[in-house]
Design a protein around this ligand. Sequence first.
Ligand SMILES: NC(=O)c1ccc[n+]([C@@H]2O[C@H](COP(=O)([O-])OP(=O)(O)OC[C@H]3O[C@@H](n4cnc5c(N)ncnc54)[C@H](O)[C@@H]3O)[C@@H](O)[C@H]2O)c1
Length: 362
Amino acid sequence: MRIYIIGAGVIGRTHAEAAKKLSEPIQLRAADTNPAALEAFCSQFPETIGFTNVEEMLNSETAQNDDIVIICTPPTAHFDPTRLSIESGRHVLCEKPLAMNGSQAQEMVQLAEKHNRLLGCCSVRFKGMPHMEAVKKVIKSGSLGEIYHVTFVNKWERSRSGIEYQPASRWFLNSTLSGGGVLMDWGPYDFASLNDILNPTSIEINTAWTAKPQTEIDPLDTPFDVETHVGAFMTFSSGNHPIHVHYERASCTHGESYARAEIEGTLGSLRWTPFDSRQPVFLRYDKHGQIVEEQVETGPRSEYTIFDNPLLHFYRKVKGLESHANVNQQALNNFLCLTSIYTTAETGQKQLIAMVQKGVTL
Ligand SMILES: NC(=O)c1ccc[n+]([C@@H]2O[C@H](COP(=O)([O-])OP(=O)(O)OC[C@H]3O[C@@H](n4cnc5c(N)ncnc54)[C@H](O)[C@@H]3O)[C@@H](O)[C@H]2O)c1
């Protein structure tokens, strides 16, 4: 089958590596408007047919039913290549964040539905990991009782995309190119994970804030207007009781690094380190008035890494197999969590997201 990569940069190369691990031979095509980036990509993956024009690549051959296009450009360039690819009759796996704003994302999903194609988002990197599945299994068993509180906090002291991480990609710092800061960069993973675990029918953003702590190396030669610290208090509804969620994410803080995911219920709690599947998951509950802490069995590590997962999940979905992919409405639901947090932070107004469930049949 054929995989088309649009944007032959850092993550484009990661997907090309992942393509080698799929269970059938892959023919690679890549398009990048920067000839130097395309050349570097083609020398690393010499079997690739390269193009400097996206439309030329999409029109170079008739679409087949299982063709997958992966959009690996900066967020400002997600919409147009997605539209062109869907209209060419191909399924699209788009890098995170799905779009620059809610209306773009909505239009992308409507286009996918109209053309009977799948639009997936790469925010599912951590779905299906053994520790995530173990957490879901404990929740399903009912041993936590009624879940009432979740803490989901990931704070790094100095890890800004475009400065400490991948300093050559300055676009991360400019909201007109990136759509936003650490929330657009890492929030997609956070909400794909939280929504997978808690499976809410609606989410209310009660309060939210963003901040941009300053450092002595903040760049002055490039626009830098995105937040590097964000937080929200939310209510997740599913069933008949609310779950209060404290969310925080920082790529720069003068506070201390801190990563913790904790689910508290009336009968027990679960705690793990988000996104670090090597760390254990702990279950705590009461015995004779005392806390008991046990390590949860998380099963063997997968042969696939978090970098393989987005393509692997989407490939399985396209092939009609059981999959952890988030496509169409589900991808939109997750994205609207991010834009709603920005709206609450900017306006002080609560936002309600209806987590509309729509199946996809091809
Ligand atoms: N770098 C990472 O670790 C990482 C991880 C996960 C997701 N992502 C996401 O992947 C996307 C790309 O990030 P990256 O780090 O690979 O960026 P990058 O800067 O390394 O590469 C982007 C590439 O896109 C090309 N490009 C820009 N506009 C284009 C257009 N209109 N048509 C064709 N090519 C175009 C650029 O020339 C460049 O080669 C972003 O949405 C980012 O959030 C990146």
